[in-house]
Write a protein that binds this ligand. Structure first.
Ligand SMILES: [Zn+2]
Length: 445
């Protein structure tokens, strides 16, 4: 009899060689499935290959990558490899840059594959059956909330599928329901902590949360530590990462050991194979280098993806297979450092807005939510970067001191001299949804 979902599975700690053999076998099977799909035949033949050329990991590199534009061209059900009536449900991408793209799930995809992937994540962070879970991800076509529901149910957790929002009610219920686990945006937890304090609650003593699974928005170590300091002793904020395209929040999670180093395991490599590639050459990056996450779904029956380009950038750990937890088959990556479309090159130096955010988060006296990067240059050779920060009215440091500190920290972190300007409390733009941190100014003539 196989162990229950909450019990350690042999695959959790399998050797790398065994995992690679599983990947080879599943890639060959994927090739056979794609060979039966006219959409996939057309996509592959344009790159001069056939689905049956996919036999193992070695042959994967010859396969073309896939992008959102390839899917949009096959509206409304792109690359669906099963008959429509075999789809149990659809999920969709957010559609911030056009119509949402729909991905199908068979009953097996949803109730077996996804459930097993999420269970491995829960095991890695120590969720137990009977844990009371405040599920705060959104519902509807978005995959986050519904994926958690089906997986928590199978795992034996006690789910409170609240979804986002309802702060006032949740302040009461966080105390009365005594949730022990939460899945939500870390920014939302920060908002709840602030509001709880204002309302006279003390999260440190009145809440029972011990595990947070935070996706959707990558959390820096500084931000995470700030949250953990205000939570009940022992509470840990774990980053998770996944995508609608990969079939759920299923790609990576930090473990109790890698948590301290701000690293996550690619935890489901036997069902979603990940490559970390240089976004320009599409060659694998070396350990310690930054690359784009490109994945291939190995088990998905409906809407499988072969070499999907996420445009999300991570740093492959310097020693990817060396975590103290013993998960030798599941390499370590950093949290997301940015998106390949966010990457700036300033006088030849690679800069990501998240690096600037980390610096600002670590300086006392600055507003953490209000800052901007202004870039001057002709779009090819960016030669000047200005960082605008905001001094809190109650800050102990003067504006000049804050400017000097940010300048020195950016110099230390990126090796770059930039202009820093300090603005009064409340004067820089605030963003309700996704922030526009980088503003390109008119090229100088
Ligand atoms: Zn580990």
């Amino acid at each position: 009899m196989s162990p229950a979902l909450h019990e350690t599975q042999p695959e959790d700690f399998q050797p790398l060689e065994k995992l690679r053999a599983v990947q080879d076998r599943k890639l060959e099977a994927l090739g056979r499935r794609l060979a039966a799909s006219p959409d996939w035949q057309a996509h592959l033949s344009r790159a001069g290959v056939e689905a049956r050329d996919l036999r193992d990991r070695a042959s994967l590199a010859a396969m073309p990558t896939l992008e959102k534009a390839d899917l949009r061209a096959r509206y409304p059900f792109p690359m669906l490899t099963v008959p429509g009536e075999s789809v149990a449900r659809f999920c969709a991408t957010s559609g911030t840059t056009g119509l949402p793209v729909l991905f199908g799930f068979t009953r097996h995809d949803w109730e077996v594959t996804l459930v097993q992937q999420m269970a491995r994540i829960y095991r890695a962070v120590g969720v137990a059956p009977g844990d009371r879970v405040y599920q705060g991800y959104g519902y509807g076509l978005w995959i986050g909330g519904s994926a958690m529901d089906v997986a928590l149910n199978a795992y034996g957790a006690v789910n409170f599928p609240v979804g986002p929002g309802r702060a006032e009610l949740m302040l009461q219920w966080l105390v009365d329901h005594a949730y022990t686990v939460t899945t939500m945006s870390p920014l939302w937890l920060m908002t709840l902590i602030t509001q709880a304090r204002k309302a006279g609650f003390d999260p440190r003593t009145q809440w029972r949360l011990r595990i947070g699974l935070f996706g959707g928005q990558s959390v820096s170590a500084t931000f995470r530590e700030e949250i953990e300091a205000q939570m009940p002793p022992g509470f840990r904020a774990y980053n998770i990462y996944g995508a609608t395209e990969s079939g759920g929040p299923n790609l990576s999670v930090s473990c109790p050991h890698s948590h301290a180093h701000d690293q996550m395991h690619l935890i489901n490599e036997d069902s979603v194979l990940t490559e970390i590639l240089d976004p320009r050459t599409l060659e694998p990056v070396a350990p310690g280098e930054i690359g784009e996450v490109v994945f291939t779904t190995l088990d998905k029956q409906a809407s499988p993806l072969l070499r999907w380009r996420t445009h999300d950038l991570v740093r492959l750990a310097a020693r990817p297979y060396d975590c103290a937890c013993g998960r030798r088959a599941y390499p370590l990556i950093s949290r997301l450092v940015g998106r390949s479309d966010d990457m700036l090159k300033v006088r030849g130096v690679m800069v990501f807005p998240t690096q600037v955010e980390d610096v600002i988060a670590g300086v006392q006296g600055l507003a953490k939510e209000a800052w901007q990067i202004y870039i001057d240059g002709d779009g090819h050779s960016l030669d000047q970067m200005e960082i605008a920060v905001e001094r809190l009215a109650a800050a102990a440091a003067s504006a000049d001191d804050l400017v000097a500190e940010v300048h020195a920290r950016i110099k230390a972190r990126l090796g770059l001299n930039c202009t820093v300007t300090c603005h009064p409390d409340g004067t820089l733009p605030r963003y309700e949804a996704k922030a526009t941190r980088v503003i390109r100014r008119t090229p100088r003539s």
